[in-house]
Design a protein around this ligand. Structure first.
Ligand code: 6GU
Length: 252
């Protein structure tokens, strides 16, 4: 399965993704649809789900306990998490870049997604409950990553968001009609340089609303100019914080 696309020359090689979680079933739908699925089918990504509970030494399958010092909620214990990470690490010779999903982590952005897309192997560790025993971080030395300033019930949804953002950047994953180059370029523009220009498709008029004339003109230079202008307008209006970078001399 992996060998097929790995042989097709200019495409990227296969990224191995290990996911350690108490809720592997949350991932199955996401991994079986759209781009993440296609990356798997093309042999550009291989996903391995691991049930953290399988690694606890507790006879009742316990993975969490009450916090020392008191307080609300439960804390993930060191043993199941550390043993799971170490056991999963050994399942492949490739060393993994370890990412622990945590609201206190580095905020995920396009730059970090690109960085992670270059890794041959990712290990995502998703926790639930109040959090991880602090010593887990010291022992497994992960990068901690957050997807934004709001509280999720667990790291699973964050891991899926991260995975989608990362895997689509693995060379060869996006369609052939949009070359990896132009697609990742437009991705750069979208998030790093500003927002994208508006898109239109058929029909030429819908509910009294026409498609802008210039897009029907066939004049590609003029279309490119119009799109640049619209992208700047939209960015200035909706995301002035991103606009600043577009004004830089380098963009001219
Ligand atoms: Cl990575 N985990 C949790 N629990 N909440 C979050 C998050 C992660 N990122 C944003 N909120």
């Amino acid at each position: 399965m992996q060998a097929v696309a790995a042989e097709s020359g200019d495409r990227g090689s296969c990224m191995r993704v290990d996911i350690i979680t108490l809720f592997p079933e949350m991932f199955t739908g996401v991994l079986a649809a759209s781009i993440l699925k296609r990356a798997g089918e093309k042999g550009l990504a291989a996903y391995h789900l691991h049930q953290m509970r399988d690694y606890t030494t507790d006879p009742h399958g316990k993975v969490d306990d009450r916090p020392y010092g008191g307080g609300a909620g439960m804390v993930l214990m060191c043993q199941p998490v550390v043993d799971a990470v170490n056991a999963v690490e050994k399942m492949d010779l490739l060393p993994s870049r370890r990412v622990l999903l945590s609201p206190r982590g580095r905020r995920l952005d396009q730059k970090l997604a690109k960085e992670l897309a270059r890794e041959p192997r990712l290990m995502l560790v998703a926790g639930h409950y109040e959090g991880f025993d602090e010593r887990i971080g010291q022992l497994i030395k992960p990068d901690e990553v957050s997807i934004g300033d709001y509280v999720l019930s667990g790291g699973e949804l964050a891991a899926m968001v991260l995975l989608d953002a990362v895997v689509r950047l693995v060379p060869g994953v996006l369609g052939d009609e949009t070359s990896p180059h132009s697609e990742s370029f437009s991705t750069d523009e979208l998030v790093e340089g500003g927002l994208e220009y508006p898109h239109y498709t058929r029909p030429r008029e819908y509910d009294g609303l026409p498609v802008p004339e210039v897009l029907l003109s066939g004049d590609h230079a003029q279309i490119a100019r119009w799109r640049r202008m619209k992208a700047q307008e939209i960015t200035a209006r909706l995301r002035p914080d991103l606009s600043v970078r577009m004004e830089s001399p380098a963009a001219k």
